[in-house]
Design a protein around this ligand. Structure first.
Ligand code: COA
Ligand code: AMP
Length: 631
């Protein structure tokens, strides 16, 4: 089948199409009700089916005779460890951990938070929860206790599963004190904290709610997989929205596992038995879909990498991992390639490794700039495929579907709409725009299987954020255009969300935190272009009149405050103190204009601006601080 045929079939006969895909999985109860709606009229896939995501990821392969195939390769340059786990080994560990969680009182319908570094136990914890129908919520390890507490209060976990420490290049990060602090801050108190002690020397304060991970696994019986409904929430994954409160994306089980199996083969062109590596983190959606569930469901060997593209120990790491583990298909963020390119512009390290196993390189998480794509193609002559998706979608929405047909690449475009996604470009009033006209990227409902089911306990926000703007369509929050050949070009977010080194962050949330500083009268946080990270935040603050705080002191304290509340991952380093912020006559802060000033772009001065003189004031401050295009 070629791309056009399969795509058209997925749109015109979507139920038949997805029924065929669901048949690729093993169900306890094969679904007969393929597409229905919930009480709010939102589409549901496979509502009467029953299955288990852990069974599909692990047990099934053992039953099919692949128990001795390596399921997970843990490669950790920061601890100089490489460890391989077969499906048999994963099953024993996961089934015992699941038994242990049951013994702690967790049961189907409960939630558990997982706050872990990139170690195999993070994947084991996810699979153990799935095995017994406990909905997991993995929180990225770079988030501070305050962020963890927000998530604890929202999803009310019965338990938290954590590890003693993570390692950031050369720095040990003690996780347990962060978890304890988050529990202190939260109103909801989890009953148990299961701690995997890595014995790397981190401080592990003992609390009454603690349970030792290894003792729990050792002392528990293996427990079988529990069938759950297709619509049972496999996980909640929090992502940044346009307010200080992150959004709890709810993922079903049946639609998701169907979509993942389909995407592994039809988008990523991964054959069963292949080695697949997504160099991301289990705290992000990429980690859920393409480190853990997708490759395992497709019976691939998946690589769990605890390191960075550079400095662990150098820019050769990615190539070493590819050569050593004979990676067939890889996924990373363009920012990682930019980091490598900066350290090794001529690709000297690349020449030292045998990369012949690698067939395709996928890139996502942010727009892939043409220079990065071209550098990659020059040094690694295989298809480098940009593709577009979000936490909300759970799997790609725009891509070159490499398992279907390798279409010509147009640099700057993530390709064409993926099967099941009827993508349109709308203007402000909901009118569909023509070729090359930039507007809002929207998708006609129903979204295909695997996409978000709801926001956790907040259906109103779900509707307000995604469905109400253009009735009958899902609003992605991204802008873009389609060319005359239906290639889609994503131009960036149209809201307060920014992408910093492939990490999705909210400037609105940072703004709330900066504004809470006692010396700040008002402030704005905007995302500006950055050569390495794609975007970085910039805070412009106005000090309270009469406040005697030194400018440098205020800048330092604002940076520290954001690190303390959100975490180092927020990467707020640039703070400038200004006399006032540019505003319209009605008092609206002109953030877009400030972004253009910082990025050195041409812009039209809004006719509603309060006082044009401020443009030069802002320029001068940025110039003096050597920020953005004034570097
Ligand atoms: N736990 C604790 N801290 C973390 C962390 C974690 N899991 N992840 C990041 N941090 C910290 C870092 O140590 C750093 O702290 P610092 O400001 O004290 O140095 C800060 O958060 C920013 O980290 P990061 O964004 O990783 O920046 P970096 O400068 O250390 O590295 C890159 C830059 C480009 C190499 C790195 O961001 C990278 O590998 N990006 C790829 C991202 C990716 O794969 N994203 C997934 C989407 S597909
Ligand atoms: P996240 O939910 O963290 O995966 O971030 C999703 C957002 O990242 C999208 O809404 C886009 O703004 C951006 N994004 C992801 N992949 C791409 C891509 N290939 N091209 C452009 N933007 C992307």
């Amino acid at each position: 089948m070629n791309y056009c045929d399969i795509y058209n079939k997925s749109i015109t006969s979507s139920e038949e199409f997805w029924k065929d895909q669901a048949n690729q999985l093993e169900w306890y109860n094969q679904p007969s009700n393929i597409l229905s709606t919930d009480t709010n009229g939102y589409p549901l896939w496979f509502a009467d089916g029953q299955l288990n995501a852990c069974y599909l990821s692990v047990d099934k392969h053992i039953q099919d005779g692949y128990g001795e195939q390596v399921a997970i390769i843990y490669d950790s340059p920061v601890t100089q460890t490489v460890k391989k786990y077969t499906f048999n080994e994963v099953k024993t560990e996961v089934a015992k951990l699941a038994g242990g969680l049951l013994s702690l009182g967790l049961e189907k319908g409960d939630t558990a938070v997982i706050y872990m570094p990139m170690i195999p136990q993070a994947a084991f914890a996810m699979l153990a929860c799935a095995r017994i129908g406990v909905t997991h919520s993995v929180v990225f390890g770079g988030f501070a206790p305050h962020e963890l507490a927000i998530r604890i209060d929202d999803c009310e976990p019965k338990a938290i599963i954590t590890a003693s420490s993570g390692i950031e290049i050369d720095r040990l990060i003690a996780y347990k004190p962060l978890v304890d602090e988050a529990i202190e801050l939260a109103n909801h108190k989890p009953e148990k904290v299961v701690v995997f002690n890595r014995k790397l020397g981190a401080r592990v304060p003992f609390k009454k709610y603690d349970v030792d991970y290894e003792a729990l696994v050792y002392g528990s019986e293996e427990t079988p997989c529990i069938p759950v409904n297709a619509t049972h929430p496999l996980y909640i994954l929090y992502t940044s929205g346009t307010t200080g409160k992150p959004k709890g994306i709810v993922r079903d089980t049946g639609g998701y596992t169907t979509a993942l199996k389909f995407s592994m083969q039809h988008i990523y062109d991964a054959k069963e038995g292949d080695v697949f590596w997504a160099a991301s983190d289990v705290g992000w959606v990429v980690g859920h879909s393409y480190i853990v569930y997708g490759p395992l469901i497709n019976r691939n060997t998946t690589v769990l990498f605890e390191g960075k593209p550079i400095r662990t120990p150098d820019a050769s790491t990615f190539w070493r991992v590819i050569a050593e583990h004979k990676i067939n298909v890889m996924f990373t963020a363009p920012t990682a390639i930019r980091a490598i390119k900066k350290e090794d512009p001529n690709g000297e390290f690349i020449k030292q490794y045998d990369l012949s196993s690698l067939r395709i390189q996928f890139l996502a998480g942010e727009r892939c700039d043409v220079a990065t794509l071209e550098w990659y193609r020059e040094h690694v002559p295989i298809p480098a495929i940009d593709h577009w998706w979000q936490t909300e979608s759970g799997w790609p929405m725009i891509a070159n579907m490499m398992g279907v047909e390798y279409l010509p690449i147009k640099p700057g475009s993530a390709g064409k709409a993926v099967t099941g996604y009827d993508i349109r470009i709308f203007g402000e009033n909901g009118q569909e725009l023509g070729p090359n006209e930039e507007g809002y990227v929207v998708i006609k409902l129903p979204l295909p299987p695997g996409t978000l089911l709801d926001l956790w306990k907040d259906n109103e926000r779900f509707k307000a954020g995604y469905l109400n703007k253009f009735p009958g369509y899902y609003f992605s929050g991204d802008g873009g255009f389609k060319d005359e050949d239906d290639y889609i070009f994503i131009t960036g977010r149209v809201d307060d969300v920014i992408n910093v080194a492939g990490h999705r962050l909210s400037t609105a949330e940072m703004e709330e935190i900066v504004a809470s500083h006692h010396s700040v009268a008002e402030c704005a946080v905007i995302g500006i272009n950055d050569e390495l990270k794609g975007q970085i935040p910039l805070a412009l603050v106005v000090a309270k009149s009469g406040d005697t705080v030194e400018k440098f002191q205020l800048q330092h304290e604002v940076v520290q405050l954001v690190r303390e509340k959100i975490g180092a991952v927020a990467a707020l380093r640039d703070v400038v103190v200004v006399q006032r912020l540019p505003k319209t006559r009605s008092g609206k802060i002109l953030r877009k204009m400030m972004r253009s000033i910082a990025d050195g772009e041409n812009f039209q001065v809004p006719s509603t601006i309060d006082d044009e003189a401020i443009i030069d004031e802002i320029r001068e401050v940025l110039e003096e601080a050597k920020i953005g295009s004034f570097k």
